[in-house]
Design a protein around this ligand. Sequence first.
Ligand code: NAD
Length: 259
Amino acid sequence: MNFKSKVVVITGAASGIGKEIAIKFAKLSANLSLLDIDLENLKSVAEECRNLSESKVFPLVADLGKSDNVKTVVDLIKQEFGKIDVLVNSAGIARIGDIKCDDLLKDVDNVLNINLISGITLTHYAAEALIESKGCIINIASIMAAKAGIGSLAYNVSKAAVLQFTKCVALELADSGVRVNCISPGSVKTNVLNNVLPPSEDFNKFWDDLIEDHPMRQLTTTEDIAHMAVFLATDKAKSITGCNYIVDSGKTLIKFASH
Ligand code: NAD
């Protein structure tokens, strides 16, 4: 498997799943454009990727929740590489708050903006380049897309919409040869969940307890998700579009709480 002449754009690349996907593609010699709002961590991931490959690594710091930034970023990537082969929309945030929560409306706005609208906006501006390269798009949704959850309305709604966004764009771009799929991870030990744990929560205990919710008695790792992303970007997946791949160590096979 080799992505030597390919250009892979990854959002949320400074941390967690996006970072792991970047590392995986770097090992496969892809040229990378890494996007994130977090300057410090993005710099260090870009450095790590450069050490793994001779290919170009082009990090861009941007708040992808702002559509003007997204347009600028896509223009810069096109100037740098002249094309886009793979777009991975991984940037995401979570907020916790029930329907009466004071911050609910603000949170819904922010979460939808980053988890959903940023991916749609990027796809909009990158569509021409992706059509030209007969490329592919991989969206990171969540198993929460198909579940109810107390206090996680904003997040669950955003991820359910990512599934529908994936299907609609897959249909629209099918005859252009662009494939659009999505991955729904289960519980993966990254900052997105850590950031919503109450400060009193024992962090390690929380994750240890969570293993009990998994029939396979293991948490899903960032690597598991990255392997699936790479597979979806290869020709081996050439007949796969509009699909959602659940990677969750069996968590959705059983009844589980909202975390
Ligand atoms: P993470 O917090 O480690 O990574 C998210 C990245 O998105 C961070 O680097 C963050 O800086 C970036 N980001 C946030 N807001 C941004 C903005 N406005 N502009 C640009 N970048 C921004 O978490 P993660 O687990 O790697 O999350 C990646 C994706 O996976 C998210 O969409 C998340 O919802 C999804 N997911 C995670 C889990 C899990 O258990 N970790 C489960 C299901 C789905």
